[in-house]
Design a protein around this ligand. Sequence first.
Ligand SMILES: Nc1nc2c(ncn2[C@@H]2O[C@H](COP(=O)(O)OP(=O)(O)OP(=O)(O)O)[C@@H](O)[C@H]2O)c(=O)[nH]1
Ligand SMILES: [Mg+2]
Length: 295
Amino acid sequence: MVARGFQEVEGKVRSGVDSSRIVVLADQDEVAAVASATTHTSAGRGPVPTRAHKAPWRTLVVIPTYNEKDNVEPIVQALHSYLDCDVLIVDDGSPDGTGEIADRMASADSRIHVLHRLGKQGLGTAYIAGFGFAMERDYERVCEMDADFSHAPWDLPRLVYASEKAELVIGSRYVKGGCTVGWGFRRRMLSRGANLYARMILGSGIRDNTAGFRCFHVAALRQLDLDAVHAQGYAFQIEMAFRMKRRGFQVLEVPIHFVDRRVGQSKMDGAIAREALLLVPRLRGHVPRNKSAAG
Ligand SMILES: Nc1nc2c(ncn2[C@@H]2O[C@H](COP(=O)(O)OP(=O)(O)OP(=O)(O)O)[C@@H](O)[C@H]2O)c(=O)[nH]1
Ligand SMILES: [Mg+2]
């Protein structure tokens, strides 16, 4: 299936089309793209564009990694086939050698950068470091993406293009057209429960508060007090979305299919869930509010 531009894609996805099946004609050689929409598929993943979409803004995609040796190279290759952008891998001294693979990738492609940190320091601080990198180097957009293929590389350009209308775009499982694929009952309930809880207590109108597939305006992040952000796990995502909303920024959710990790080990544990449980009620009282902002 083809779409003229990204706005048309969003309409199709909301009405139930799987975004992996849509080729976007913008930036493409049209004849080849139409042919690709019917023939080319990559590992059962649907059509690949004839060339990557050129991000309309200077865009950095931050990918935190901890023991992702089998994912780090394929995920960056995959995302670069959909979006021409810079990538920062933030590796916390992965014992499995992910950091060395990332270094090798960076030396072969000037769009790829690596930040090595000593030991596992958590997702929250990895992203804060990535945001700092984006601010120092004057990127206009900074995205968050997991290394484990839970976030589809073909959805990345959708998030970036949608950021024309909002300072924060969230790839959302809990809006019409979004879903999770492959999670067991327990994991589904945990995610649903966490989101219901955050939604009820924060009242910010955001449906997927814990999603880690996002695109921020760097200019908006500059206006937040990032030093005040301490949350680590899912709580970090809840906190960032809430801070953006309270500051008066637009938050837009685009539907995604979230797929359970392909290979490697989950880092989800009880401590991460507990952190979110305790942090959410505190956010209401502690996060500064703009006069016009909701929540
Ligand atoms: N740098 C860094 N990356 C991390 C850390 N913890 C997790 N990650 C990475 O963050 C991303 C999301 O973590 P996941 O382990 O997939 O967590 P999840 O998505 O909640 O859980 P599963 O998909 O079930 O494993 C992955 O790319 C991880 O490698 C950390 O402490 N430091
Ligand atoms: Mg994951």
